[in-house]
Each structure stands twice: as C-alpha cells, then as structure tokens.
Design a protein. Structure first.
Length: 78
C-alpha cells in the first residue's frame, strides 16, 4: 500500500511500512492495545495500522509481499 506525493502541502506523504514497524504494530495489538491508541502513539494513520493487523490475522505474518512492478515495455527479443 504505497501512496505517493500529495497535492496539498498540509498532507503528509505516506510510504509503505517496513517489516519492523509492522512487527511493532502487531506486538502492540497482541498486547491488547486499541488500534486508535497504536495509531496515536506511533503517529501512523489508523487505516495503515488496521491494514497491518488485518494482514497479520489473514496470513499469520505481517511481512509485506514484494510486488513485481510494471512489466517492461520491450521484451528481450525486441
């Protein structure tokens, strides 16, 4: 979940969480902290915190699967 540049100067630029930060979020969640409290203390949006927790509940791990990205325009043969 990578969000890039904002058009409004008041908005923060959001970046994808690293595995360590997601692990900290999961640790706090397992320690029975509320999502709002985790978000406030770590200064991370609630939606990002809940996405990390949902990924943990669904897969059993907080590791973000690497994406392949955009395919090349030309093949090796071209």
């Amino acid at each position: 979940m990578t969000l890039t540049g904002a058009t409004n100067s008041n908005m923060k630029i959001r970046r994808q969480l690293d595995d360590y930060t997601c692990g900290l979020i999961i640790g706090r969640y397992l320690a029975k902290q509320k999502i709002a409290q985790i978000s406030r203390e770590m200064d991370i949006p609630k939606s990002t915190v809940s996405d990390c927790i949902n990924r943990y509940n669904k897969t059993g791990t907080g590791v973000i699967v690497k994406r392949s990205g955009r395919p090349p325009k030309l093949s090796k043969r071209d």
